[in-house]
Design a protein around this ligand. Structure first.
Ligand code: C2E
Ligand code: MG
Ligand code: MG
Ligand code: MG
Length: 285
C-alpha cells in the first residue's frame, strides 16, 4: 500500500511539473509574439507626497492580456521574460514608453517623476547606463524626472559593480529607488553604503499596520533610520485609512496604494496630475 502512495506522489509531482513546464512554454511563446506585435501596455500608479498632497511620481507597471491565455500578471511573465532573454528588449521598450509618457503627464506640471522598474538582468548589461542616457536624450525627458526602481536581488551577485552603476546614473541626474525593502536579505547596515535616493517599504509590512503588531515598530524604525541617511521613504500597498494614519504618525514621506488609486491607463492618469489629495487624506484619517 505504501508503495502505491509513493508511486502516486511521484506521478503527482511529474504531472504538476509537466503542467508548469507547459504553461511556461506557452507563456514564453505568446510573450515573444506579443512583444513583436506590441500588445503590451503600461499602466501608471501615483505616489502621493504626504506633506503637500501632490503627486510625487507615477510608477509604470506593465500589463498584458493575451487573446488565448487571458490576463497574465507581471509576477508571472517578467521571470519568463528574464529567463528567455526577452527582458532586455522588453525593458528597453518599457523605459522609452515611460519616458515619453512622463513628458505628456508633465504637461501642466514640471515636477512629476516617472518611476520605472528595472530587472536585475537589465542592470547586468554593461551598456545599461548608455541606454538610459540615450533614451533620455531621444525622448527629451529631464534626467531629474526619471527614477529607476531596483530590488535588493540586483545587489546579491555583484554589489560593487552595481554600486558604481548607480553612481553613474545619479551623476546623470537619475534617481535610484530601492523597491520591496524588507523582503530580501535586507540589512540596515548596508543601507549606508548604497547610493540611493528613495526606499520603498514592501507592502507586506504595510498590510498589518492597521492593528497592533511588530511591523509597526519595524516601519517606524525604518523611516527614522532612512531619514538619517537622507533617503526619501515610500510606503507601498497602502489600502486603508488606518495604515495611512500610522504612516503619517511615523513621518513617512509618501504613500502608494489602492487607497489613492490602482495602476491606471495613461489617459486616466493624466486627469489626476493637477489634483491635490490633501483633503482626501484628511477624510481618511
Ligand atoms: P512592484 O514594483 O513592487 O510593484 C508593486 C505591485 O503592487 C504592483 O503589482 C501593484 O499593482 C501592486 N499594488 C499597488 N498598490 C497596491 C495595494 O494597495 N495593494 C496591493 N495588494 N497591491 C498593490 P503588479 O503590477 O502586478 O506588479 C508586480 C511586480 O511585477 C512589480 O512589483 C515588479 O516587480 C514587476 N513589474 C511590473 N511591471 C514591471 C516592469 O515594467 N518591468 C519590470 N522589470 N518589472 C515589472
Ligand atoms: Mg516597483
Ligand atoms: Mg514594490
Ligand atoms: Mg514587488
Amino acid at each position: 500500500r505504501s508503495k502505491n502512495i509513493g508511486k502516486n506522489t511521484i506521478q503527482f509531482y511529474q504531472d504538476s511539473m509537466r503542467t508548469d513546464m507547459l504553461r511556461r512554454l506557452s507563456v514564453e511563446g505568446s510573450l515573444r509574439a506579443a512583444i513583436k506585435k506590441k500588445l503590451l501596455t503600461l499602466h501608471y500608479q501615483p505616489q502621493i507626497c504626504l506633506k503637500t498632497g501632490k503627486i510625487r511620481a507615477f510608477e509604470a507597471l506593465i500589463r498584458w492580456t493575451d487573446d488565448i491565455l487571458g490576463i497574465i500578471p507581471p509576477t508571472e511573465f517578467i521571470p519568463v521574460a528574464e529567463s528567455a532573454g526577452l527582458i532586455v528588449p522588453l525593458g528597453e521598450w518599457i523605459l522609452r514608453e515611460a519616458c515619453e509618457e512622463a513628458i505628456r503627464l508633465n504637461k501642466f506640471r514640471n515636477d512629476i517623476l516617472m518611476s520605472v522598474n528595472i530587472s536585475a538582468v537589465q542592470l547586468k548589461q554593461l551598456d545599461f547606463v548608455k541606454l538610459v542616457k540615450r533614451t533620455l536624450e531621444e525622448t527629451g525627458l529631464k534626467p531629474e524626472l526619471l527614477e529607476l526602481e531596483v530590488t535588493e536581488t540586483t545587489l546579491i551577485s555583484s554589489f560593487d559593480t552595481t554600486i558604481i552603476m548607480f553612481e553613474e546614473l545619479r551623476k546623470l541626474g537619475v534617481k535610484i529607488s530601492l523597491d520591496d525593502f524588507g523582503t530580501g536579505y535586507s540589512s540596515l547596515s548596508y543601507l549606508r553604503k548604497l547610493p540611493i535616493d528613495t526606499l520603498k517599504i514592501d507592502k507586506s509590512f504595510i498590510k498589518d499596520l492597521d492593528r497592533e503588531c511588530i511591523e509597526k515598530e519595524i516601519t517606524e524604525s525604518i523611516v527614522s533610520l532612512v531619514h538619517k541617511l537622507n533617503i526619501e521613504v515610500i510606503a507601498e500597498g497602502v489600502e486603508n485609512g488606518k495604515q495611512l494614519a500610522y504612516l503619517m504618525k511615523c513621518n513617512c514621506d509618501n504613500i502608494q496604494g489602492y487607497l489613492i488609486s490602482r495602476p491606471i491607463p495613461a489617459i486616466d492618469a493624466m486627469k489626476l496630475t493637477d489634483k491635490n489629495f490633501m483633503a482626501y487624506i484628511g477624510v481618511q484619517l
